[in-house]
Design a protein around this ligand. Sequence first.
Ligand code: EPZ
Length: 418
Amino acid sequence: MDKILIHGGKQLKGEIKISGSKNSALPILFASLLTDEPVIIKNVPSLADVDTTIGLLNFIGKKAIKKGHTVKVISKQKYKHIAPYDLVRKMRASILIMGPLLARLKKAYVSLPGGCTIGSRPIDIHLYAFKQLGAEISINEGYVKTFAKNGLKGNVIHFKFPSVGATENVLLSAVLAEGKVTIINAAREPEIEDLANVLVKMGANIAGAGTNKIIINGTKKLKGFVHSVIPDRIEAATYMIATAITKGHVTIKNVEPKHLYTISKSLKSCGITIKETQNTIFVKWTKYLKSKNIVTGVYPGFPTDVQAQWMALMCLAKGTSKITETIFENRFMHVSELQRFGANITANGNEVLVRGVKKLSGAPVMVSDLRAGAALILAGLAAEGKTVISRVYHLDRGYDALETKLKTLGANIKRTKI
Ligand code: EPZ
């Protein structure tokens, strides 16, 4: 089992390039199932979740090959309609295979994805949407079985919550439905817009992606596409916070500053200097770091995927900050690990209070989930002394070349087999 070793206290300086977005690349890879024509997807990050998705596509009947950061997908054989447990259990986003299979084969059996450490992660909103599109659903033997023998039909889908995945699953199926599909209370994340842009390139008729109301007029057939995935805003936010927590100054290249508005605004209000150009963000520590309360929310609110990283930063801020998590029911697994660095954090339900301390001390810690792992890396970079981080395989799901990028910025970090 790999571990990551950090000797903290180094200011991060220099520049790095952000990789393509994990949470955009995954649904776009699944979109390849909607056509028999070849597709080429560029700027795909090198991540475990991308490899899992490629494995799933190849199991179903595609031939997907990744060379560098480009994935080419061609059709090889008639699709299977079953996505098995041993593949689905590795990645919750596998549920996004349901929409395209249902649209193309009129049936899909997908192993129940199960929860993860940050929450039970139900799929009721996805299943409600497929029912609205005319599908019948049964759950047995650990599989969700969906059927639409007459194909999917247009309807209005009113989400009780703007689920990112459910919005993507509807986009990935309604594009081949008969008639008009309207999603009310759709998710507005940039990854939704990126997926919609791909579907429109394929010949789909979509209006309103990126707003809370999306209208899709179904079409009969979709064609291949070439597309470059948008930059990963969560990776970018992580490096912005890494710069602040180590009192450094870093130019972060290949980003969409507008996707990071809330993060930049929050860092500025803590006293960090932020300057933007069209596709770079320059982050610089000046003379202090004030505490700042945050409440996570759906886009464009403060991203839940940056909550853990923000908590790490607040451990060294002047004053007390309150962090409220409104999206997942159990996304504070990093609290106990941050306390091992000497952080002063008290948790109460979906809120934590962080009292800033003068310094953190390196410690042996364990990663529970992807973004909690990012928080531990940040704390280790800022802490005095040595930090040993175990279960780093969680990090490999969402951060492309993490150690290399941090080493480029001057961090004393390495992966070991200890
Ligand atoms: C996506 O997950 C992201 N994953 C998550 O990023 C991100 O945290 C999340 O959106 C919120 O922004 C990918 O894009 C691959 P949701 P998703 O459906 O689609 C509840 C990361 O670190 N819910 O918007 O699963 C759910 O339990 C990952 O990169 C239902 O109740 O998020 C959660 O509390 C972690 N029923 C909330 O909604 C449903 O049917 C948000 O879920 C679906 C969701």
